[in-house]
Design a binder for this molecule. Structure first.
Ligand SMILES: C[S@@+](CC[C@H](N)C(=O)[O-])C[C@H]1O[C@@H](n2cnc3c(N)ncnc32)[C@H](O)[C@@H]1O
Length: 252
């Protein structure tokens, strides 16, 4: 997949290979299990084929697998594929682009993508791919960054930092700095992360090559263009929205 790839995709892939997304372990598995349960209940997930687009450390997929889902997972990086395979006991995990899913139309029961499509050059195309591969009765659940959140402000405020320094600068940050970052992050996530976890987090949150921010209105417009409906939405105060889309006009 590397030969014909666009510069944007190549940059994103190199970034997440070099600084893979933070691994939060069982705690993060539990966190995403409880966040996703209102969208995909235990009953709905059990024995269903669920696609995880941009599986990263495999923790979202692991939570779904623990509830009986049969997982299909893809990510742009080989590191994420390895980590997700290690996190799961069974399932199909492969390296692929969210914008060109190597799956037949209507081949999975439900699909999820947590914090991924806003890192691609075309969030709408990512949603269109998820809609294509998800069965007509299935749910498509995505977490996307939203505008006017504290994280949006942080991302805008750190634009100069991104312009001035390459992400590799994180390898030169002195250890004492990580102690300060650790304390600040612990207040936010309720967990003291190790240096490498912090590096992955800062690389993702501050140095990601691309992040876009989408209002609920914009998502509703995309949904209409794709003949989908916004079935459920939860606003996450710090950074985004979790949205459940369904085929057809079934808005609550
Ligand atoms: C912030 S991490 C989220 C990982 C995972 N969904 C989670 O919540 O643990 C973003 C992930 O998206 C992947 N990614 C970025 N662009 C992608 C693309 N075009 N296709 C597939 N995966 C992509 C990255 O490699 C990275 O693993």
């Amino acid at each position: 997949m590397k030969d014909s790839e666009s510069p944007a995709r190549s940059l994103t892939r190199a970034h997440y290979e070099r600084f893979p997304f933070v691994q939060g372990g069982q705690r993060r598995v539990r966190h995403w299990t409880s966040r996703l349960r209102p969208f995909l209940s235990d009953e709905v997930v059990r024995d269903a084929v669920v696609l995880d687009v941009g599986c990263g450390s495999g923790e979202v997929a692991r939570g779904l697998a623990d509830r009986g889902a049969r997982i299909v997972a893809v990510d742009l990086t080989s590191t994420a594929v390895k980590r997700t395979r290690a996190a799961l006991q069974a399932g199909l995990v492969c390296q692929a682009d969210a914008l060109r899913l190597p799956l037949a139309s209507h081949s999975v029961d439900h699909s999820v993508s947590i914090g991924v499509l806003h890192h691609t050059p075309d969030c709408f195309a990512g949603l269109r791919e998820m809609a294509r591969v998800t069965k007509p009765a299935g749910s498509i659940v995505v977490m996307l960054y939203a505008r006017w959140t504290p994280y949006h402000a942080l991302y805008l405020l750190t634009a100069g930092l991104r312009r001035r320094f390459p992400v590799a600068v994180l390898d030169r940050v002195p250890r004492w700095c990580w102690h300060v970052v650790r304390a600040a992050v612990a207040v936010q996530v309720g967990q003291r992360l190790a240096d490498n976890q912090l590096k992955g987090l800062v690389a993702d949150q501050i140095f990601t090559p691309r992040a876009t921010f989408h209002s609920a209105r914009e998502i509703r417009r995309w949904a209409a263009d794709l003949h989908l409906s916004v079935f459920k939405r939860k606003h996450l105060l710090m950074h985004g929205n979790i949205v459940e889309l369904r085929h057809g006009r079934t808005t609550l």
